[in-house]
Design a protein around this ligand. Sequence first.
Ligand SMILES: CCCCCCCCCCCCC[C@H](O)CC(=O)SCCNC(=O)CCNC(=O)[C@H](O)C(C)(C)COP(=O)(O)OP(=O)(O)OC[C@H]1O[C@@H](n2cnc3c(N)ncnc32)[C@H](O)[C@@H]1OP(=O)(O)O
Ligand SMILES: NC(=O)c1ccc[n+]([C@@H]2O[C@H](COP(=O)([O-])OP(=O)(O)OC[C@H]3O[C@@H](n4cnc5c(N)ncnc54)[C@H](O)[C@@H]3O)[C@@H](O)[C@H]2O)c1
Length: 725
Amino acid sequence: MAQYARGSAVAVIRLRNPPVNALSLAVLQTLEDGLKKADADPSVKAVMICGENGKFSAGADIRGFSSPKRLGGALGPIVSLIESSEKPVVAAIEGVALGGGLEVALGCHYRIAHVKARMGLPEVTIGLLPGAEGTQRLPRLIGVPAALDMITTGKHIPATEALKLGLVDEIVEENTIEAAIRLANKVIGQPLGPRRLSLKPVPKVPNMEAFLDEALVKVKRQARGCLAPELCFQAVRAATQSPFAEGVRRERELFQVLLSSGQAQALQYAFFAERAVRRWATPSGASWSSAAPQPVRRAAVIGLGTMGQGIVTSLVKANIPLVALEQDLENLNKGRKAVMLLLQREAMKMEGGAQILDFHNPAHLQFTVDFDLLRDVDLVIEAVFENMALKKEIFHKLSKICKPGALLCTNTSALNIDEIASATNRPQQVIGTHFFSPAHVMRLLEIIYGRHTSPTAIATAMQLAKALKKVGVVVGNCFGFVGNRMMFPYVQQAVFLLEEGSRPEAVDQVLEDFGFKIGPFRMSDLAGLDVGWRSRKDQGLTGPSLPAGTPARQRHGQRYSPLPDLLCEQGRFGQKTARGWYLYEKAGGRTATPDPWLHNFLSQYRDTHGIQTRFIDQEEILERCLFSLINEGFAILAEGIASGPEHLDVIYINGYGWPEHRGGPMFYASTVGLPRVLAKLQKYSEAHPDVPGLRPSAFLKKLVAVGNPPLKEWMSYLSQQSSKL
Ligand SMILES: CCCCCCCCCCCCC[C@H](O)CC(=O)SCCNC(=O)CCNC(=O)[C@H](O)C(C)(C)COP(=O)(O)OP(=O)(O)OC[C@H]1O[C@@H](n2cnc3c(N)ncnc32)[C@H](O)[C@@H]1OP(=O)(O)O
Ligand SMILES: NC(=O)c1ccc[n+]([C@@H]2O[C@H](COP(=O)([O-])OP(=O)(O)OC[C@H]3O[C@@H](n4cnc5c(N)ncnc54)[C@H](O)[C@@H]3O)[C@@H](O)[C@H]2O)c1
């Protein structure tokens, strides 16, 4: 609701819809009523619009887009109504003014903001464009380049930047509402024409067409198949080409296209999924609502390799004092140098930089090889080599040294949390915190509870994720947890496709066209082929422990491809050795070129193993890779490893480069239709009976049998007993 109050010459309209004052139909109705009342009341000389509880408004109520006609009809005309008022209207912006919230403020004649407020038009991030005339007013106010940047990226800008851009007239450090009322009183009687943005011309840019052409190329490159950025661009371009009313018509048309595109639905699903996973629960009944986190005043990171360096950087950025520990001085110095470099780069990106991060102060960041310095930390994150014996040795040591309440976290990618916990005297305080590389950049934190992990430990890890500005997703303990477990069949299919006739560049192209940031082979070259090789050797799948006489392409009666092992045996570890699935310009190079050596190697391999080369089309590549990954997702749900499909989707979007506009793998499956996913898996499974990853999961079959219910109902078809946890 909005609330109307009139105590003086300035009427106050307060947008009120906790927690973020989203503009629902009810809010819009009272806003409209308030404006009309103020207009009709001769004692009212000016109007001030503000929000409730220190927030202006987060924009249109996203849940209302399921009834677009009613919402769509309402907001644009109300913004026009504000602008056309004969009495000055001032927006008092506190907290956030986003999307439709900022569009309301743009309709006002004056905008005053608190110094800590943030503003933006983030519609593009939920698959839309600003649909309440924002694409036409913003360029008129701050110019085309700045408006285009804000609208096509959806970024939030701080009030200080908004002031520099001319988006707000004033910023204040004290009471914004009082300042806005003062401003409203001051401007009573002043001409409003120059304050009406719809009447202003769009400021000229030298060679506008060339500027726009170049901007479009950039927008398209960054969009990777997502429609909204390009349509946002088109709406802004309309502002440069047509009068205001015409531009508004174009904006509405484009908004309608996006609303019915399916991508908007996927992105809005992803928005709410990310928030839903914060309300974690485990099959044993522990949950976010009853568990309280412990404070983390001081932390420690063990191992300063690839992951440890990023984790330390993340903790420093979150202002958590910490100790960083290595096994010896040589590795410590190497790690320290790398961490300092990362922190310097991060500081350069931040306003206030190095002073804010304060990483030169040993009270904030201390490097050591001495485990004794870990006595008083509240939380330890272990990031040493992926080796069970080493991890157990470290955890045993930690349980002897660390204070009783300290939480012991492991960054293992796949190992058994319970086995690691068994080396300690406090298994209830052992938990997996699986960061993704680069750890200071990637948003995902997979949080893995073991058999004995306490609800407090889970709550503390979730709180840590929040402090690090990451998305924490709580999952159960199994080999590879959720993300990597679903990744195994996907990568396996990609390699099988090479055996059967495809090439790395063909497979990568199909998956990158689908929207993945990077295809499986380029990803494998980036991560290093040796990582998986070591793990397969540890599992006895290759290397000296492989029993003599094991068939080259079979393990435990299932199909196995030795191709990645053979590449490693040739010293082809990917980017680090300048050779892997592709060729690179130098060791550590980033430019992947298809490698004739590899093509030749693949043909010889097929000849050796009597594999008939066949042409594999894009559809088969996509379906075998994606549907096997999705199939594993259904198995994970059935086992109770994750509490819902949203968890899997949030993991894939934030940790594995899954295109957000496709909503995550499980949402994607729901859009393809489960009967189709099942039919395809059945077809591929019949063709490859020795590949368990293609055998449809029982849960998928059940969902199809009960009539392909909507995603939000899937979990209701699982019986309690099916959970293996
Ligand atoms: C026939 C005619 C048709 C023609 C059509 C033509 C024209 C149509 C015109 C339509 C009008 C368009 C208007 C406008 O341009 C469109 C919009 O405004 S879309 C919304 C844009 N805003 C956003 O995307 C902001 C989203 N929110 C956030 O980024 C964050 O929530 C936040 C505001 C920065 C706050 O962050 P936090 O403090 O971390 O808090 P949470 O994120 O956890 O949020 C708390 C709680 O609030 C819920 N929520 C947040 N924003 C919204 C919202 N806009 N609508 C609904 N709900 C929202 C969030 O989900 C949390 O709740 P929970 O999920 O946990 O229950
Ligand atoms: N690299 C990735 O992409 C990635 C992603 C997620 C998780 N992980 C996991 O993170 C962990 C670390 O991986 P990484 O890639 O950073 O490895 P890495 O080889 O780059 O670094 C490991 C570091 O641990 C140090 N170390 C070894 N023994 C130690 C000891 N006893 N005490 C202190 N330090 C010791 C080593 O000196 C080395 O610097 C592994 O469990 C891995 O599976 C890796």
